[in-house]
Design a binder for this molecule. Sequence first.
Ligand code: GDP
Length: 329
Amino acid sequence: MICVLTGGTGGAKFVDGLRQVIPPEEITLIVNTGDDLLWWGLYVSPDIDSITYVLSGLLSRERGWGVKGDTFLCLQAMGQLGEPTWFHTGDRDLAVHLLRSRLLAEGKTLSEATSTICDKLGVKARILPMSDSRVETRVDTPSGELSFEEYFVQRWYQDPVHSVRFAGASDAEPAPGVIEAIVSADAVLVAPSNPITSIGPILAVPGVREALRRARGKVAAVSPIIGNAPVAGPAGILMAAHGLPCSIAGVAKAYEDFLDVLICDTKDARAAEALRANGLRVECAQTIMRSVEDKAALARTVLSFAVGGLLSEERVSGRPAARAASDQP
Ligand code: GDP
């Protein structure tokens, strides 16, 4: 069993690779819910949705979020009614938000609602929200405190950031299965997601960091930072707000209490050498995921570093990339 901590678009790309090289039944995903929001009265969980769509083959790889080929008629109609339209939800995507909201209104937990939606969409991997309690990522800026989606989607992450906090985290409990999945996995993989706002909320749930420290398997993280910049998005700004350098050293520092292996890009070979001198195992690989093949290759490489001989060559080479290639948007 492989456990993956993930959130956002970087994580979704990585999981798209992983699903090509190991059977989905052997993957448990622990997903950030700090970005969740109420939109038009519906409960939207953007990172759970992205991972659900990746694993059901529904994700629009073009956009990196939402359902491929989706239409936006409801969005248009809501705009005509004077409702806000800055957060884009496609029509098929909305069906998932409607179903999740109904299940929650009936008293189901977010884990139960997620499991029901996964079953209906044929997802065979296990997707666990980090917590069933509400934990909200709040970004403190000179214009006041913003929710993550306000900061990222509505305002295009243009505001300077003083700090980030995870409201509700100290009282939250990990969702059922989260701690066991981390502790008992053959390897725990931290996806190349934003370390502050995608992985940070998961780590803020009490008990998660401690579980990572006592995990039976190795904990391996893929760096979302190459050189001194993220591949995309505001990770650098947010890391700086937390006193972390925007570099692989900053990623290593964010995960220092539990990390066994850091996988960084081959362009960071020199920085990797410096980190190794401090005693961390650092491996270099091609980490930019542009194509379906890139994603599968990175997943294979990360698995080989994290589990080595535990998975046979045949298992790790897995399904042909051609199948996933047919899932283009
Ligand atoms: P956000 O966009 O900052 O909210 O962060 P997400 O967690 O959604 O994922 C984006 C993160 O993934 C960014 O920090 C990117 O640098 C990283 N990322 C995106 N694509 C790639 C890639 O192909 N390779 C690597 N190594 N990182 C990536």
